[in-house]
Design a protein around this ligand. Structure first.
Ligand code: BJW
Ligand code: ZN
Length: 257
């Protein structure tokens, strides 16, 4: 079905809701990066259409075949190198730098929200590019030790997971796999922001993965109005006050201008 333009009245209503709110939670998923060329997970061209999550994105998979898992992340890291923030990331970053009271919580591991913040307000500027996003699922741009607390930014193109320089165990991508707990501090900050938010802007997520998706339900239960930006149906649509059915790269610049 061809995408329809979002009715102006609906956009205006969403703009007013957001402008009147002192505290806004923005909750994003892989769809916000789709127009940057980063594949989503589910859906027609999603990663899980070609790869089985349990063979690649679990601690058991890494224990069974560390080289296979490492190579898959190596491939994703190399495709990410050519990806840039799209107009959706940039509109969000610009808007966050222009007002206070916004908390960005992301499930994305791609670093594109941070890249957008650097692009609109370099760290040397007064606002420093706004607050860093709360990353619930870690970062694909960082390695961490599978045993100790060692972390490093990704560097060379090793063909197999290298040993940790501190303890000798294998390094792995610093992302949250299925069956692993979310980082505690990020989780409590996300829930605190959801508790306070008057509006939650939910962008580009199927909202099927838990506990992350629970952040949206928590905001709804605490009385936040939910605005969803997504070209397709999502699990949180039934809680949405306003549904903006369209791609983030087109809707966000229009909504947040
Ligand atoms: C656009 C667009 C455009 C397209 N513009 N939009 C309750 C019930 C059932 C199961 C569970 C449960 N609680 C926990 C579980 C198990 C599991 C889970 O949730 N499974 C479900 C799939 C059923 N959860 C876990 O295992 C979690 N851990 C856990 O529960 O630990 C418990 C524990 C406690 C204490 C000790 C030990 C354990 C961890 C989940 C980790 C998820 N990790 C991944 C991989 C990250 C690393 C990597 O990248 O490799 O995170 S999976 C993947 O899904 C990734 C994403 O962050 C996450 C969410 O996906 P997302 O972003 O929503 O993508 P899609 O593809 O689903 O949706 C894209 C959307 O974009 C769609 O709506 C499109 O329409 C839209 N879109 N183009 C805007 N242009
Ligand atoms: Zn180590």
């Amino acid at each position: 079905m061809p995408l329809q333009r979002i009715p102006e009245a609906q956009l205006r209503q969403a703009r007013e809701l957001i402008a009147a709110a002192e505290r806004v939670l923005v909750f994003t998923g892989s769809g916000v990066s789709a127009e940057s060329g980063v594949p989503t997970f589910r859906g027609e061209h999603g990663l899980w259409r070609s790869f089985r999550p349990e063979e690649l994105a679990t601690p058991e998979a890494f224990a069974r075949d560390p080289k296979l898992v490492w190579e898959w992340y190596g491939w994703r890291r190399s495709t990410l190198r050519s990806c840039r923030p799209n107009p959706g990331h940039l509109a969000l970053a610009r808007w966050m730098a222009s007002r206070s009271g916004v908390t960005l919580v992301t499930q994305n591991v791609d670093g594109l929200h941070e890249a957008a913040a650097r692009a609109v307000a370099p760290p040397s500027s007064a606002r420093g590019g706004g607050a860093a996003p709360i990353k619930l699922h870690g970062s694909i741009l960082v390695d961490r030790c599978s045993r100790c607390a060692y972390r490093r930014e990704i560097g060379g193109a090793e063909s197999a997971p290298p040993p940790c320089p501190e303890c000798g165990a294998l390094l792995r991508p610093d992302v949250v796999w299925f069956g692993e707990p979310l980082p505690e501090r990020e989780w409590s900050r996300a829930i605190a922001a959801a508790s306070r938010a008057e509006v939650a802007l939910v962008v580009g997520t199927s909202a099927l993965v838990y506990p992350a998706a629970g952040v949206v339900y928590h905001a709804a239960a605490r009385g936040a109005s939910i605005v969803v930006v997504d070209p397709d149906a999502t699990a949180v649509d039934r809680h949405a006050h306003i549904l903006l059915r369209g791609p983030a790269g087109a809707v966000l610049p229009d909504l947040l201008r």
